[in-house]
Ligand binder design. Structure first.
Ligand SMILES: NC(=O)c1ccc[n+]([C@@H]2O[C@H](COP(=O)([O-])OP(=O)(O)OC[C@H]3O[C@@H](n4cnc5c(N)ncnc54)[C@H](O)[C@@H]3O)[C@@H](O)[C@H]2O)c1
Length: 360
């Protein structure tokens, strides 16, 4: 017998909340039940478009819909993450599973608390680490699992936003005009991709900077990050990110290369292309024909709905809160390294995995 769809309420009806709501509407595993936003017009507009009731606080939405299974938190805030903690904790408190947008929080202590609280309550906390929910990433993971990469040697991830000094529009809104806003809001994506393929990071060294055009405009954002790291499995890694200061050359705005003793793969433009290189053979090329980055959203959201629907052990949730916390620990390690002149930093340890009855 088909399972009943999971009842979902979305919090924060900006562009991303609307996109999530569309994904839930289109997914047979979900039933979109309600939306809410502190800004009445936003909530009303989305509710009308989606054909569900509008609420102006999470408290009221939870009260009116005790049947909700999942609260999907799409708020933003400083560094795109300072409004994630409160609604996430409120929803967990009410016994709901939560999917939260990235970064899990811009505050590392809040992020740790969110993960610990979900664990304590025995609820799923997922994060929208959508950059590896793509056809190229799925096939690339298979190359690893099939032993076609071998021992991992190095990985390089270049990702950010194309731009130039002539296209620079001045310091952004207060939530962006902060030294670490690009690091905290965005690097969660490349770190999540690197960790997905290469595992936990044990050492981080970072340099950060901004170009003259930002300096002259008194823009506080450090928009360039150059981060060197080592993974637990011995692989070394390099992450380069910049926010619209320059055009990316090789590989485009999003490229990832993982080289191993048996083969190497490269993903270009996230969703578009995967190439696998092996000594003595022609490269294998997978062109997906997909160019829309937003295609990662329905795939990631479906994976969350699938995991919740199947009742997977908490530790096995894909793109979990703990996975998102790992990326923030690396970001905070990179910030510490930068602030100390590029010194070597070992990221704060992650909370232990607990295992589930029958899996150990
Ligand atoms: N995964 C991705 O690829 C991706 C891409 C872009 C943005 N994002 C993330 O999506 C999130 C949302 O981005 P956005 O651009 O839509 O933001 P936004 O600021 O346009 O919208 C957020 C909305 O949340 C509402 N809000 C804040 N606190 C609330 C609360 N407690 N209860 C109800 N409503 C509340 C605000 O009024 C606002 O309308 C951000 O965290 C951002 O980092 C993710």
């Amino acid at each position: 017998m088909a399972k009943a769809p999971l009842k979902v309420g979305v919090v924060g009806m900006g562009g991303i909340g609307n996109l999530h709501a569309d994904c839930h509407k289109a997914d047979e595993l979900a039933e979109l039940v309600a939306v809410c936003d502190l800004i009445k017009e936003r909530a009303d507009k989305a509710a009308e478009r989606l054909g569900v009731p509008a609420y102006y606080s999470l408290k009221d939405m939870l009260k009116a819909h005790p049947e909700l299974d999942i609260v999907d938190v799409c708020t933003s805030g400083y560094e795109n993450g300072s409004w994630h903690y409160e609604p996430t904790m409120e929803a967990l408190d009410a016994g709901k599973h939560v999917l939260v947008e990235k970064p899990i929080s811009n505050d590392i202590n809040e992020a740790r608390e969110m993960v610990a609280y979900a664990q304590k309550r025995g609820l799923y906390l997922g994060c929208n680490l959508n950059h590896y929910f793509s056809i190229p990433a799925e096939r690339a993971k298979k190359y690893i699992d099939e032993g076609q990469v071998g021992e991992q040697v190095y990985c390089i991830n270049k990702v950010g936003f194309n731009g130039s000094e002539t296209g620079y529009g001045g310091p952004g809104a207060p939530r962006w005009n902060r030294p670490y806003s690009h690091a905290k809001a965005f690097l969660t994506h490349p770190f999540s991709v690197m960790r997905y393929f290469c595992g936990d990071v044990t050492h981080v060294q970072a340099f950060m900077d901004k170009p003259g055009v930002r300096r002259r405009a008194s823009d506080l954002m450090l928009s360039i990050q150059s981060i060197h790291m080592r993974f637990e499995n011995g692989c070394v890694g390099y992450l380069l990110s910049q926010r619209g200061d320059a055009m990316f050359g090789l590989g485009g705005w999003w490229s990832f290369e993982l080289a191993g003793t048996k083969g190497t793969f490269v993903i270009e433009n996230c969703v578009e292309k995967l190439t696998y290189y092996k000594s003595g053979a022609e490269p294998e090329v997978l062109n997906t024909g997909i160019t829309d980055f937003n295609s990662t959203f329905p795939r990631r959201i479906h994976a969350f709905l699938e995991d919740v629907s199947n009742g997977v052990p908490l530790d096995n949730l894909r793109a979990s809160g703990r996975d998102a916390l790992a990326t923030m620990e690396y970001i905070f390690a990179a910030i510490e390294s930068y602030e100390n002149g590029g010194e070597l930093v070992r990221p704060h340890p992650l909370p232990p995995l607990h295992g589930a009855v029958g899996t150990i």
